[in-house]
Design a protein around this ligand. Structure first.
Ligand code: HDE
Length: 715
């Protein structure tokens, strides 16, 4: 393995909940007013301010007089405010970030690469991740139907490595020159800037209808993958084909994968739509809440590797970003994991200013001739200049944790003062190049030949097989969701040319799919298939094949629905059991504040504290609901339209609902569906489980709660 001359900074990490090298580095930039309370308020140039509330004016004290431009304190404050905004990202504007760390389990990847970050198990590498949606503006809702960005900055000893991925393994286009077109088409329409954060409009479907290479990605974006339950429960894919180089100088093609420990889970569409209004920051808060409660999100890191000699062994081109590498052909090797264990201190300097660039790779990792990657390597650097200025890599969140030294100088916002000579070669041998055998970045010596021309190579011309493979691999209800999603989106297109064209396009993928959607949206109902769908499938495309590593309720949000007169002992036991499983519990009562248990008079004593009231929250914001026993409480819940709606809606969204004792009667009344079974004997501890509804009489409350939640969503 090559050693690094520059990598003198050992990535330090004190404990799992401790501090990565990057967090220590950021501390130099942190200002904590609580620690500087002897100093008091100053101007930006450090002079104390006595009155930040009144603009200097000429006044007789009885009525305002003219304001004076001479007030440099007021002017500074207003001028700083006037320039607070920077351009939002042209895509992926809406996002949220967290710090974490990455480690590999052993050195097994050294047969493919000499990159220390991927091969040295003694290292803990600091990371910063930004999750995002693509289409909407910075202030748009989290739960919209969209691709999610999953961008990771690894602060390695050899420099920053940015793995800028998505939660979908393929992309809309094959060549980066089409990126402005696809983005213009999917963004709000130019004449009225509508719609926000969704592709349900004419221009998007017009574009993809005329661009068959998008078909595979469209299948993914119309699947449940595009409405994840949480950033903690989605996969990440590097999408592009990168390369790895080992110490012998051999090269391999590679695709990078993140697989969440908690499994891959989605919302249902009705929930996603409602949450977009009820809590537009749902995913942002979910990440923050999980980290704050110690349920640190974890992702396994995998690589798919193809030796250089096998590049042309597949019926698709492995450099085509509209194709994935089926795991049957190229298995995913899990080599490490990342844990996110720290929220940001301030959003703008960290999450907004973090700037990723696919061209940031470290020795041992390289590019391929993937024509999409080529464009990305140009675009990311370029866009950061307009967002952050030419010195964007000096911003604290972006600067590496290893030394940075070269002869690049000046530019707006230069923060470094570099002594001495600023050119190479120089007479004092300052900042010399580092040979590749001592850690300098080495390009692979690739033999290239051909004509200079604008072309798409042959295998890039086939667009349907993998779209079919993805569709065929889904379970029946995932297919039903996909039909629903296509029908929703195409119904929002009012130009018949658009929805007729797209329903015809679908007939290239599957005749029945095209028929169902065409019937729903008034499209071209096909009379016969125009292309055979031979039914080929691949494993691990359906998200059902990604359950949690271990059955877990870690980081799940559970609502306990209470009215006055509830069974206190049961609630205590339920909460303790859920807390032990690292779920968060929320008591929802008739009021935020005291709710009174059975035996305690309403209004007397301190009661039991409800976190929210029925109106303030909605069932959509929780993963499961529990209704404990208590006669008066159950009667009160049964008389309240809002609580009945709570459980009916949760049932409709396929969520586990648990009830105990008298709570069972309320649930039976509220659900009122023939076929759903409920515990009938309140004196028995037998548990009845039916359609995700778990009920018991005098069953041990803690176990009942745990049982209820072990039922998988969707069952
Ligand atoms: Fe991006 N993309 N992209 N992209 N992308 C940006 O860079 C671009 C593509 C992705 O949280 C921009 O800093 C081109 C694929 C993520 O800060 C910009 C092409 C994938 C993020 C840009 C692509 C992505 C971006 C806008 C086609 C999945 C957010 C702001 C050749 C692997 C990163 C910025 C963050 C952001 C260009 C295609 C993922 C303009 C030209 C494929 C996660 O540079």
């Amino acid at each position: 393995m090559m050693s690094s001359a520059i990598g003198t900074v050992k990535e330090a990490f004190t404990s799992v909940t401790g501090q990565t090298a990057k967090v220590s580095d950021l501390e130099q930039a942190i200002v904590d007013p609580a620690k500087e309370n002897t100093k008091g308020m100053t101007t930006d140039f450090g002079v104390h301010i006595s009155d930040p509330d009144n603009w200097l004016q000429v006044s007789n004290g009885t009525s305002p007089g003219p304001g004076l431009l001479e007030d440099h304190i007021a002017r500074e404050k207003i001028m700083r405010f006037d320039h607070e905004r920077i351009p939002e990202r042209v895509v992926h504007a809406r996002g949220t970030g967290a710090h974490g760390y990455f480690k590999v389990y052993d050195d097994r990847a050294s047969k493919y690469t000499y990159a220390g970050v991927l091969t040295d198990p003694s290292r803990i590498t600091s990371t910063f991740v930004r999750f995002s949606t693509v289409q909407g503006s910075r202030g748009s809702a989290d739960t919209v139907r969209d691709v999610r960005g999953f961008a990771t900055k690894f602060y390695t000893s050899e420099g920053n490595w940015d793995l800028v991925g998505n939660n979908i393994p393929v992309f809309f286009i094959q060549d980066g020159i089409k990126f402005p077109d696809v983005v213009h088409a999917l963004k709000p329409e130019p004449h009225n800037e509508v719609p926000q954060a969704q592709t349900a409009h004419n221009n998007f479907w017009d574009f993809v209808g005329l661009q068959p290479e998008s078909a595979h990605m469209v299948m993914w974006t119309m699947s449940d993958r595009a409405i994840p339950r949480s950033y903690r429960m989605m996969q990440g894919f590097g999408v592009n084909t990168f390369t790895l180089m080992n110490a012998k100088g051999e090269r391999f093609f590679v695709k990078f994968h993140w697989i969440p420990e908690l499994g891959v889970h989605s919302l249902v569409w009705d929930e996603a739509l409602k949450i977009a209004g009820q809590d537009p920051d749902f995913h942002r808060k979910d990440l923050e809440e999980a980290i704050a409660s110690g349920a640190f999100p974890k992702y396994f890191f995998g690589i798919q590797v193809i030796p250089e000699a096998k590049e042309h062994d597949f019926d698709f081109d492995i450099l085509d970003s509209t194709k994935l590498w089926p795991e049957e052909l190229v298995p995913v090797e899990i080599i490490g994991e990342m844990v996110l264990n720290r929220t940001v201190d301030e959003f703008f300097p960290e999450t907004e200013q973090v700037a990723f660039c696919t061209a940031h790779v470290v020795p041992g990792i390289g590019f391929s001739n993937d024509p999409l990657l080529n464009a990305r390597n140009f675009s990311y650097f370029d866009t950061q200049i307009s967002r952050l200025g030419i010195n964007w890599q000096q911003v604290p969140i972006n600067r590496p944790v290893c030394p940075v030294l070269n002869h690049n100088r000046d530019g707006a916002g230069q923060h470094r003062i570099t002594k001495d000579l600023n050119y190479w070669p120089n007479r004092r041998n300052l900042a010399p190049p580092v040979p590749t055998n001592r850690g300098g970045y080495a390009e692979y010596k690739e033999k290239v030949e051909g004509m200079k021309q604008r072309v798409r190579s042959a295998k890039f011309q086939e667009h349907w097989k993998q779209a079919q493979m993805f569709y065929n691999s889904l379970s029946d209800y995932e297919k039903a969701h996909l039909v629903g999603a296509l029908s929703f989106e195409l119904s929002h297109c009012d130009d018949p040319v658009v929805y007729r064209t797209y329903t015809s396009v679908l007939n290239n993928i599957d005749y029945n799919l095209a028929r169902q959607v065409a019937i729903n949206v008034g499209g071209e109902i096909p009379k016969h298939p125009i292309r055979e769908n031979p039914g080929h499938k691949a494993s691990r495309l359906s998200q059902l094949e990604f359950p949690a590593q271990e059955p877990t309720i870690k980081g799940r949000r559970i609502a306990i629905l209470l009215a006055d007169g509830f069974n206190y002992g049961e609630v205590q036991a339920i909460r303790a059991a859920l807390k032990a499983g690292m779920a968060t519990t929320w008591v929802i009562g008739p009021r935020r504040g005291p709710v009174y248990p059975d035996g305690e008079e309403v209004g007397s004593g301190s009661g039991y504290s409800a976190d929210h009231h029925y109106e303030g929250q909605r069932s959509t914001l929780f993963d499961a609901i529990i209704i404990p026993g208590g006669a008066k409480h159950a009667q009160a819940l049964a008389k309240n339209g809002r609580t009945i709606h709570w459980v009916r809606e949760a049932f409709g969204h396929l969520k586990p609902i648990g009830a105990l004792g008298e709570g069972v009667a309320f649930l039976r009344e509220a659900v009122q569906l023939p076929g759903v079974q409920f515990a009938s004997d309140l004196n028995s501890d037998n548990v009845t489980t039916s359609y995700g509804v778990v009920t018991a009489g005098k069953y041990d409350a803690g176990s009942a709660a745990a049982d209820a939640l072990s039922i998988k969503q969707g069952e």
